[in-house]
Design a protein around this ligand. Structure first.
Ligand code: OFO
Length: 170
């Protein structure tokens, strides 16, 4: 049985993961509106992955006999000043998620809940990859700067992102 403080923290993290999916879906709409279908495609897969992250904790809580309680998901922003700014916002968001996951892992360890800690270690690893992927895109967009041809090529590259194998990151 999950301790009440861990159950509350896991329910909170389910909400955070849904918000992650929601903010990336808002970025899909922003990129589509700007005719950047490669960026939109990349973000669509990212939003789907975050939805899976929410479900993974959702199912875990149930498997431990806990009660999942869904809360309202905050509305995401609608616009960003540029594609680079959108990916920078994604990177800042992933860093925030890493901080949340780290706190949850710390809590699981201090409560000696090895199963929850184990699950959180999966997320810790996942966050390393997610931050690195977004950081790479931000750096490339910085190189491109305001060059339209460069952005066109970058957009084409992002269109080649494929769906990750189950349990892994794309
Ligand atoms: Fe990328 O945030 Fe989920 O864990």
């Amino acid at each position: 049985m999950l301790k009440p403080n861990l159950l509350a923290a896991l329910n909170q993290q389910i909400n955070e993961e849904y918000y992650s999916s929601y903010i990336y879906q808002a970025m899909v709409a922003y990129f589509e509106d700007n005719h950047l279908d490669g960026c939109a495609h990349w973000m669509r897969l990212q939003a789907a992955e975050e939805h899976e992250h929410a479900l993974k904790i959702f199912d875990y809580v149930i498997s431990r006999g806990g009660r999942v309680v869904l809360a309202a998901v905050q509305a995401p922003p609608k616009d960003w000043p540029s594609p680079q700014a959108a990916f920078e916002a994604a990177l800042a968001h992933e860093k925030l998620m890493t901080a949340n996951i780290t706190k949850l892992a710390d809590l699981a360890q201090s409560e000696k809940d090895h199963a929850t800690n184990n699950l959180m270690q999966w997320y810790v690893t996942e966050q390393v990859e997610e931050e690195a992927n977004v950081d790479d895109i931000v750096n490339k967009l910085k190189m491109v700067g305001g060059d339209g041809a460069g952005l066109f090529l970058m957009d084409r590259e992002l269109k080649s992102r494929t769906v990750a194998a189950p349990g892994g990151a794309a």
